[in-house]
Write a protein that binds this ligand. Structure first.
Ligand code: DON
Length: 553
């Protein structure tokens, strides 16, 4: 009888909302099942969301080498439950100190194709190692030796090649073959590895081991730093030891806005993400979107995208180098001015002819984490193009980014994503290149969403679609799977996924003067979570376009 009563009590305890915290670990959505699993294991060992963020970021660096890595950078948006403190860790790459504004131009002032995309000259100074060390020491409670352990193990013992790896390696095969250390690390016999083959990265395991022992300095000083600089210079790059010893994470105040009673907390410069997202939402708040016909709704959304991306090109860059009218750009009154020339039946033409198409968005990565204490992390990380610059620095296992291409190499000349820029995003020594990465929190009456995605220039409009789906009452599944279309001012065209616009909508949009560019595949890889404050329940979803996994425990 006594044991039955005890059983009854335990059963009742489990039913009480908010109380079963002891049984719960938290929720993680990431682009790779091995990363989600490793993060959950860290939560189970008593780590908080920030510890899990170190683990997930480091494992992704190993198992998704085409997307992010310790040779790259990113942004980590944090919410600390204890005091509500919110901050964005800026672990963005910086231009080397020997870089200058005309780095990628020939003697006639023309951009040299490929120079900012392939090889060591394309690489900015990595920020991810510094950000992981900062997360661990400032916000986590477990030592790096513990949180980096899963990544070290996977780098040493290997992970199996999947279809996605094969596609990415195929795409960058010629460049990976250029550099012996890259071919050795990511190819087998100089060819794309077969499905299931193990990719072992012993030198990367060693580099991660030094970070586990020495934290920040394990990467930016000593043997690793010396090898990085020597290897880059031998292959034609311009890094110096001072580039590495000078590198610091910057804590920045997130950008904040509102849409239909929801609070948006998002990435600050040097990401354009939060500003462009809030500008689009501010513009759309001036129309009753839900009352419009489907085609008029799409027209208005595209017109808002056009205006926000026009401002991106003109004003945005590294806040430590340029003065930007941020407060104005996210002000609802300013949005009212922007929408004044929107016509309900005609597209606004962009000022120039399209110079180039936006590149495909399949690399870069995002993960979202919520722990049972209510700590949250929304992180988007990148090495830019698939496999970054394709250059592995010999003796380090570190694959370098090609983030320098996110600078404007010359005013008006588009980068691999078709984005243009001007003075604000020109190259300068030590400057951070403008990004589109948009890790975001959305606070609603019911709870909090944590979300983000890769996808180059299209990242910000993917976040817009997700937030509009949330405003329409949908849950994480709806946010990550809603069909996507995109306009970025230049090129002057609506790009859209197969099925995102019906044949009739396409006809009507063309009649308004919109130029349409159907894409032959889908794009993006969103990872989203929702914590329902009332019920205490966690839910989430990984984009059906990718191989990611959401685990709630
Ligand atoms: O920071 C940026 O905006 C880009 N380097 C992100 C690149 C990206 O998302 C690639 N695609 N999926």
């Amino acid at each position: 009888m006594r044991s039955f009563r005890l059983f009854l009590w335990l059963w009742l305890l489990l039913l009480l909302p908010g109380l079963p915290a002891a049984q719960q670990q938290g929720a993680i959505a990431s682009a790779h099942p091995l990363a989600t699993e490793a993060g959950q294991a860290i939560l189970a060992q008593g780590g908080n969301a920030f510890d899990a963020a170190v683990t997930v970021g480091a494992v992704l660096a190993v198992v998704e080498p085409y997307s992010s890595g310790v040779g790259g950078g990113g942004f980590w948006l944090l919410h600390r439950a204890r005091d509500g403190f919110e901050v964005m860790l800026d672990g963005r790459e910086r231009a080397p100190l020997a870089a200058h504004r005309d780095l990628y131009l020939d003697s006639k002032g023309e951009v040299v194709p490929g120079l900012s995309v392939n090889g060591p000259l394309a690489a900015g100074i990595p920020g991810q190692p510094a950000a992981l060390a900062h997360l661990a020491t400032r916000y986590g409670r477990l030592p790096l030796a513990r949180t980096l352990e899963p990544a070290i193990r996977l780098a040493r013992d290997g992970f199996p090649v999947d279809e996605h790896y094969r596609r990415m390696a195929e795409w960058r095969l010629q460049q990976l073959r250029q550099w012996p250390a890259s071919s050795q690390q990511f190819l087998i016999d100089d060819a794309v590895p077969p499905l299931g083959a193990l990719i072992r990265q012993p030198q990367l395991a060693e580099t991660l081991g030094r970070m586990a022992e020495q934290g920040h300095d394990g990467f930016y000083r000593g043997a690793v730093a010396e090898r990085l600089v020597a290897g880059v210079r031998r292959a034609g790059g311009i890094w110096q030891l001072q580039d590495l010893t000078d590198y610091r994470v910057v804590e920045r105040e997130p950008v904040r806005g509102e849409y239909r009673g929801m609070k948006i907390i998002s990435a600050a410069p040097p990401s354009s993400g939060g500003i462009v997202l809030i500008s689009m939402l501010n513009q759309l708040a001036l129309f009753d979107l839900e009352k419009q016909s489907p085609v008029l709704r799409k027209h208005l959304i595209v017109e808002a995208m056009h205006r926000a991306y026009r401002d991106r090109a003109e004003y945005l860059g590294d806040p430590d180098f340029v003065q930007m009218p941020v407060a104005q750009l996210i002000d609802p009154d300013y949005a009212a001015g922007l929408v004044r020339d929107i016509q309900l039946d005609a597209a606004t033409p962009s000022r120039y002819e399209p110079a180039s198409d936006a590149g495909e968005g399949r690399d870069t990565t995002h993960y979202s984490i919520i722990d049972t204490e209510g700590n949250r992390v929304s992180a988007t990380l990148s090495i830019n193009y698939p496999f970054g610059s394709c250059f592995v620095v010999p003796g380090t296992g570190v694959l370098l980014n090609d983030e320098m291409d996110d600078f404007s190499a010359r005013p008006g000349v588009p980068n691999v994503y078709g984005l243009v820029g001007g003075e604000a995003n020109a190259i300068a020594p030590g400057k951070r290149m403008l990004s589109s990465m948009t890790p975001t929190f959305v606070e609603t009456d019911q709870g909090v969403a944590v979300l983000g995605t890769p996808g180059g220039s299209r990242i910000i409009t993917m976040l817009l679609h997700a937030i509009l789906a949330l405003a329409d009452g949908g849950g994480p599944e709806a946010w990550v799977s809603r069909p996507r279309y995109h306009h970025q001012y230049l090129p002057d065209a609506i790009q859209f996924e197969p099925g995102a616009l019906s044949v009739e909508e396409q006809r009507q949009l063309r009649a308004m003067g919109h130029r349409l560019k159907p894409l032959d595949s889908t794009y993006g890889n969103m990872q989203a979570l929702f914590w329902n404050r009332e019920s205490g329940s966690l839910s989430g979803a990984s984009d059906p376009r990718g191989i990611g996994r959401t685990e709630i425990k």
